[in-house]
Design a protein around this ligand. Structure first.
Ligand code: GLU
Length: 718
């Protein structure tokens, strides 16, 4: 009897320690916070100083921000690894029907063969400094909240500007860590010459396509190697033959032995944005406005792009990147909508707020200070709800219609050029205007009247159902009869007779004043003139709302801290963060359990479905011939392909290195499970799972499919 009891206790305690061991913590920790974590107890076998050391070299010196993604240096010659989907734009940009690197993959066997990745810029975090006091001091006494909001943004830009050191290739940015409460100045080393080294064929890099995107079990080889180049003197320079590979202070050691279930891992990277500290009304806004509106619009836009490029390979390549990013957001938003409902997040947040309100009301001092807090938040969000449809509509219409955006630019330019440099909007300042003009002129390469026709029709059509407070006045004024659809078609025809689609017209119009442009009587320009009036009003209201929230949010945070006696990790804001966890499966639905490591067998199984699951013959042959080299894993029973772990990641963490207890590279993060898309609003160990490509698959593909022995040699992998 006694033995049974002891065994039972032993069993329970073993189980408890096992489950404790694999429970990660919510948090994308800024580097300033990581000393406080007990990473060694979780499994880390190196010192915190090896990860981040402001006075020496550490792992973070191997980290890069590459456009909206993360990457890391993996050799002393500036070789970087990131995701295939992060390099997608660069690959599709240099692909043609004859040399289709997107479809077939790309390998540079020598430095000379590497291809410039246009518009790719690398940033490396050099240092950070708290500048909260300076920012908040500068807005003391500003009563108007919209003005205060603007003044904060202005001060942030000023501090950043004065910290920039162009001669030494240093750019700077001030990031808001907690809304209205704390601000940090980050300095970044910048590198402007980035080149493609090895990309797998799309059928590997994007295996499973949209069907598998945001889904586990996953089998995508989502990785690409790129290289950073600098001028011979080490400074940042645009592409030039003379440039030399950048020699990083630190590069990651690749561990070709990978990981096992239960292993400790950590991730360094540049997560984009999360919204965990916002009130319940923020979630209502997402659930009722932003998510459904954007999801249906993007789905419609994808349909347009697909139909106008049907049977035209050139257009298909051209739109591939755009369709991919729209589909990516669309599915993420579907996941979020499901998560909001499944987890009852709005109600949960409301209950938390009710408890906080009771806490405030239980104490006279708190009541004096925070008595109107929740009423104030509700009021300000009500204003946001009123204009939400119009606000979303304007931002999407001006962004996705090239004709509208060109007309908007012309009008804006005619006004801005009359101002002195310091008063212009940043895109119109002397040092930026050439770049901005180039970007606008490039729109003519993309302009497609079939798209414009369908898109403008859809946008105008949608306004019919908007609430009174979100009426789009310029549309109502023109299309308001009983025969709505016919009137609308006629009006679109009139709009498309615009001159703005002609680049010569655009170039000439750049010299005109605002009044002269208005006098041209161009139907689309006239329409945009009207739209802009309302758009500006809404922007002003939005700025007021943000300004009010900037004052209310620190109060909400203070109440939470007082009540829960805890501090918080700031939401992600594209600055360098650390998150940690374990290789761990999960139960996403009733009676389902997913293991955390997939293998090559799964690729072959899926490949029978063809389509997005078709694989290169070379992969099938290598599989049949069991050409696995050193990458076969006994425990996994095959070559491991993708791994699942309970870290805290979001967009921007794409391409982040997944590191083992010793700080060695064992995979590259690229996605989250469908149920984890909601963790931008609320993280939980039960459903928050990130997905990465296992380094063993990266190496196997590069070697076996890509013949990239030069890359493996450079990584020091035999
Ligand atoms: N795959 C994601 C994206 O493309 C990035 C990683 C994430 O959001 O977890 O946005």
């Amino acid at each position: 009897m006694k033995t049974v009891r002891i065994l039972l206790i032993l069993f329970l305690s073993l189980n408890l320690s096992a489950s404790l061991r694999y429970d990660a913590e919510e948090g994308m920790y800024p580097l300033s916070e990581i000393q406080k974590l007990n990473l060694q107890q979780a499994g880390l076998q190196i010192g915190i100083n090896d990860i981040y050391n402001p006075n020496g070299v550490s792992l973070i010196d191997a980290l890069v921000k590459i456009n909206g993604c993360t990457g890391s240096f993996v050799s002393d010659k500036g070789l970087m690894i990131t995701n295939h989907h992060c390099a997608f734009g660069a690959i599709s940009n240099v692909s043609t029907p004859e040399k289709n690197y997107l479809e077939n993959g790309f390998l540079a066997e020598s430095f000379e063969e590497e291809i410039p990745a246009k518009n790719y810029v690398v940033r490396i975090t050099e240092s950070y400094e708290d500048v909260t006091a300076e920012i908040l001091k500068s807005v003391e006494g500003i009563e108007d909240l919209s003005e205060r909001n603007k003044a904060i943004s202005k001060k942030m830009r000023e501090i950043a500007k004065s910290a920039e050191d162009e001669a030494n290739s240093i750019v700077a940015e001030v990031s808001e860590m907690f809304a209205g409460e704390s601000y940090v100045l980050f300095k970044y080393r910048i590198i402007k010459d980035v080149r493609l080294v090895y990309a797998p064929p799309r059928s590997i890099g994007e295996f499973g396509g949209e069907a598998d995107n945001w889904i586990w079990p996953r089998h995508t080889g989502d990785f690409t190697f790129m290289r950073a180049y600098v001028a011979p003197d080490g400074s940042a320079a645009e592409y030039s033959e003379e440039n030399i590979p950048y020699s990083p202070k630190k590069y990651l050691k690749v561990n070709p032995n990978g990981v096992d279930e239960g292993d400790f891992v950590f991730i360094l990277g540049y997560p984009g944005r999360t919204f965990r500290h916002n009130p319940s009304q923020f979630l209502e806004y997402q659930e009722n406005f932003n998510l459904p509106y954007t999801e249906q619009l993007y789905s419609y836009m994808i349909g347009i792009y697909e139909s106008i490029s049907e049977g035209n390979e050139e257009l298909q390549i051209k739109y591939s990147s755009r369709i991919k990013s729209l589909a990516n957001v669309m599915k993420n938003y579907r996941g979020k909508m499901l998560g909001l409902r499944r987890l009852n997040l709005v109600e949960k947040k409301q209950s938390e707020e009710k408890i906080l309100a009771e806490f405030i009301n239980s104490d006279e001092n708190l009541k004096k200070k925070f008595g109107t807090l929740f009423k104030d938040i509700e009021e300000v969000y009500q204003k946001r709800f009123d204009i939400a449809e119009a606000d979303l509509w304007f931002s999407r219409f001006f962004r996705f219609s090239d004709l509208v955006s060109l007309a908007d630019f012309l009008l804006e330019y005619s006004n801005q050029k009359e101002l002195i440099n310091s008063e212009r909007k940043s895109a119109f300042k002397e040092d930026k205007i050439e770049e901005t003009l180039d970007r606008m002129k490039k729109k003519y390469e993309d302009l497609n009247y079939d798209f414009e026709d369908e898109f403008i029709y859809k946008m105008l059509y949608d306004t019919e159902t908007f609430s009174e407070t979100s009426t789009i006045k310029a549309v109502k004024a023109r299309v308001n009869g009983t025969n709505f659809e016919e009137e609308l078609s006629n009006y679109i025809e009139e709009l498309l007779s615009t001159e703005i689609g002609n680049p010569d017209f655009f170039n000439k119009a750049l010299d005109l004043s605002y009044d002269e442009i208005s006098d041209l009587n161009d139907p689309l320009i006239d329409f945009v003139v009207e739209l802009k009036k309302q758009k500006e009003e809404i922007e002003k209201l939005e700025s007021n709302i943000s300004g009010t929230l900037q004052v209310l949010m620190p109060k909400l945070a203070e109440v939470k801290k007082l009540k829960n006696k805890t501090t918080f990790t700031p939401d992600a804001n594209s600055t360098l963060r650390l998150t940690y966890g374990f290789i761990k499966g999960y139960e996403p639905a009733d009676a389902v359990f997913y293991k955390p490591i997939t293998t090559l067998d799964g690729i072959i199984e899926k490949s029978f479905m063809g389509g997005e699951y078709a694989v290169p013959d070379k992969l099938k042959t290598a599989y049949q011939q069991k050409d696995f080299g050193r990458f076969y894993d006994e425990k996994a029973g095959g070559v491991p392909v993708a791994i699942l772990y309970n870290t805290d990641t979001t967009g921007g963490n794409s391409g982040s290195p997944i590191l083992n207890a010793k700080g060695e590279l064992i995979g590259v993060n690229f996605d989250r499970a469908f149920e984890a898309t909601i963790n931008d609003f609320a993280w939980d160990d039960a459903y928050s799972r990130s997905i990465g490509v296992d380094i063993r698959y990266v190496l196997w593909v590069a070697k076996t499919i890509g013949n990239a022995d030069n890359v493996l040699n450079e990584l020091g992998v035999k």
